[in-house]
Design a protein around this ligand. Structure first.
Ligand code: NAD
Length: 494
């Protein structure tokens, strides 16, 4: 029965070993380009989560805890090297699992090694402070690992999101249980093999893909998990926050976005159009940082709408394994249907459809989850297509007159993840960046991620930051130690 699958993995990675699920199951994964099952993998149930959490806690009491930080750094660096060397193979698997074009997955997974190199550099530099209290006291601070971290990962970029959590957690000395999304488990199993090859002690990293409602919810509520690092929808984040309240778990949430991409009349139009088109459709539209609201100063508006519409029609949608493909399918059926639903919502709200708005069957892939890159113009900022995260290749274009109006529209949503500004005016670039409520603002560029720069959201786009020293802090607890140098404790009573 398993021969029909191109990829099979019937075991979970727990406690440094490959083990059969106790109360999980074998589940087939759909290749979204064909709509057909392509992989058969093990999903964990609640007992498997229990076993993984126990293994992670055991690791926190074992050699991982006492390992010299330089040694920890060496392991993390080795994992980066292995990921880089295996990137083409992992990219082929990720593309078949989630439909993102191979061109993008190869580039992305290769670049993800940088996260391990960057955080390996921090592992042996987590210095504290000596505090000069008074001559009788010696006081210092240290940062200690927060403990066992539950990582809950979405389907749009499983290796990247896992890496952004794992690299700083390992540098901080934590152990992790990783639950990847039910739609895209495959590359995380391959990452587990690299973790094993790198030589991490058993239980430091445990990989248990599974369903959100069972494995995910159990991990979120588990009393022996000390922190949750979640990427996904804000509604799920709320549930996880409630579940995590059981033992006041620390949380980091990376949620969705509805990012404004603003073109002022002094911008370099050609570059701006390059960027807004790419930012609106990258990753098949399934990126939290998608520049899904394009705001254009009125004097340029018609010209930019026409050009973005023309380009959207020329984007090559097709088989993601083909190097010429620009965008692939939506990753799963529910997301595909959601995107189609927003085509209808945009039309019924009275927005002007400039390009797309239909499903596609490119390269004869009639059962794949393909949709056309879609441009709506003359969108009112209050319409649902301007307010809600679609997570598909759909942009809403709207005009504005003044800088103040652009800022007001940009901030007029519940999200606050990222934003882009196109202007040649230095003062305006700083002014607008300062006013926009978003965790990242790109000026005359878009969606550059770097392991050293904090990434995360204002408002419902999240809590906390990934990347950089902020991420490292999120995986540690500060501790104060005070030592009485006098040896005396004067008795205060009577
Ligand atoms: P989702 O919230 O539906 O699922 C994310 C993960 O949570 C999955 O692993 C899922 O199984 C799990 N889950 C679901 N219900 C759960 C529960 N009750 N308890 C515990 N875990 C549960 O999100 P999604 O559809 O997989 O991903 C898309 C969303 O992720 C979008 O909103 C997108 O913007 C966001 N995202 C954000 C970033 C970022 O860095 N800010 C990056 C990528 C994706």
């Amino acid at each position: 029965m398993t021969e029909q699958f191109a990829y099979t993995q019937k075991k979970l990675f727990i406690g440094g070993e490959w083990v059969s699920p106790i109360d999980g199951e074998l589940v087939s994964s759909i290749n979204p380009a064909t709509g057909a099952p392509w992989a058969l993998t093990a999903f964990g149930g609640v007992k498997d989560i229990d076993r993984a959490v126990a293994a992670a806690n055991e690791a926190m009491r074992g050699p991982w805890r006492t390992m010299a930080p330089t040694q920890r750094a060496a392991l993390i660096r080795k994992l980066g090297t292995l990921l880089e060397a295996n990137a083409p193979r992992l990219a082929e698997l990720e593309t078949q699992d989630n439909g993102r074009p191979l061109r993008e997955t190869i580039a992305n997974i290769t670049a993800e090694a940088q996260w391990y190199y960057y955080f390996a550099g921090y592992a042996d530099k987590m210095d504290g402070r000596v505090v000069d209290m008074n001559p009788d006291m010696m006081a210092y601070t240290t940062r200690v690992p927060i403990g066992v971290v539950g990582a809950i990962v979405p389907w749009n970029a499983p290796t990247l999101v896992t890496t952004m959590k794992l690299a700083p957690a390992l540098a901080a000395g934590c152990a992790m249980v990783i639950k990847v999304a039910e739609h895209t488990p495959v590359t995380t199993y391959e990452l587990a093999k690299l973790i094993q090859e790198a030589g991490f002690p058993p239980g430091v990293v445990n990989i248990v893909p599974g369903y959100g409602a069972t494995a995910g919810a159990h991990l979120a509520a588990h009393p022996d998990v000390h922190k949750l690092s979640f990427t996904g929808e804000h509604r799920t984040a709320r549930e996880i926050m409630r579940a995590g309240a059981v033992n006041l778990k620390r949380v980091s949430f990376e949620c969705g976005g509805k990012s404004p991409h603003i073109i002022f009349d002094d911008a370099d139009i050609k570059q701006a159009v390059n960027a807004v088109t790419h930012a609106g459709f990258m990753a098949c539209g399934q990126s939290c940082a998608l520049g899904s609201r394009i705001l254009v100063q009125r004097s340029l508006y018609d010209q930019v709408v026409e050009e973005v519409g023309k380009r959207a029609k020329n984007i090559k949608v097709g088989n993601p394994m083909d190097a010429k493909t620009d965008i692939g399918p939506q990753t799963h059926k529910a997301q595909f249907e959601k995107t189609l639903g927003y085509f209808d919502i945009g039309k019924s709200e009275g927005a002007r459809l400039v390009a797309g708005g239909t499903r596609l069957a490119p390269d004869g892939l009639s059962d794949g989850y393909f949709v056309a890159p879609t441009v709506f113009a003359d969108v009112d900022p209050e319409m649902r297509i301007a307010q809600e995260e679609i997570f598909g290749p759909v942009v809403s274009m709207m005009p504005f007159d003044t800088e103040e109006e652009a800022i007001e529209i940009a901030n007029g949503v519940r999200y606050g993840l990222t934003a882009g500004i196109w202007t040649q005016n230095l003062g305006r670039a700083h002014r607008v960046s300062r006013e926009i409520l978003a965790g990242t603002v790109w000026v005359n560029t878009y969606r550059i991620l770097h392991p050293g720069l904090p990434y995360g959201g204002f408002k419902i786009s999240g809590i906390g930051r990934e990347n950089g020293p902020d991420a490292l802090e999120a995986y540690t607890e500060p501790k104060s130690t005070m030592i009485n140098l006098t040896g005396e404790y004067p008795y205060p009573y009577g």
